[in-house]
Write a protein that binds this ligand. Structure first.
Ligand code: 4NP
Length: 157
């Protein structure tokens, strides 16, 4: 099994969408029994809550239901349980790098490292903006999810 953990700040906007898009791609590829997928936040504020309704709406328009997800905070065990710990932006990357044991630091990467559109490093936080921010998140996440799946097929399966 290969574990993939998507991480943002609140675990209610970006990383739940990344989890949903990547799970959909893995299911479509018939690899759901080979890849474990989850998401978490570096912050504690929204623990137990479902994804933001604007993100749920964007995902539903694309045929993906993420309403069953519940926010949780990153835990120490995550650094050993997951092979890929993918930060949505550089702030969260820094937080994860500080929290990771030295031996597992290379598991922590930027999610957009896997995107075809290089030069963009951060999935912008859509929390305080309008619905268009969630559409932008979807486009970035879809691109990077495809690249991540290619990489995992090549290196880990
Ligand atoms: P996320 O978005 O990190 O993509 O889940 C945010 C959600 C909540 C907050 C910040 C970002 N907040 O400050 O409560």
């Amino acid at each position: 099994m290969v574990g993939v953990l998507f991480v943002c700040l609140g675990n209610i906007c970006r990383s739940p969408m990344a989890e949903g898009v990547f799970r959909h791609a893995v299911d479509q590829a018939g690899l759901d029994d080979r890849v474990t997928i989850d998401s978490a936040g570096t912050g504690p504020w929204h623990v137990g809550k479902p994804p933001d309704e604007r993100g749920r709406a964007t995902m539903a328009r694309n045929g993906i239901d993420i309403s069953g997800q519940r926010a949780r905070q990153v835990a120490p065990d995550d650094f050993t349980a997951f092979r890929y710990i993918l930060a949505m932006d550089r702030d969260n990357l820094d937080t994860l790098h500080r929290a990771a044991p030295k031996t597992h630091r290379d598991r922590v990467r930027l999610f957009l490292d896997f995107a075809a559109n290089d030069g963009v490093t951060d999935v912008p936080d859509p929390y305080y903006g309008g619905p268009e921010g969630f559409e932008a998140v979807y486009a970035l996440v879809e691109d990077a999810a495809a690249g991540l799946l290619r990489q995992i097929r090549k290196n880990d399966l």
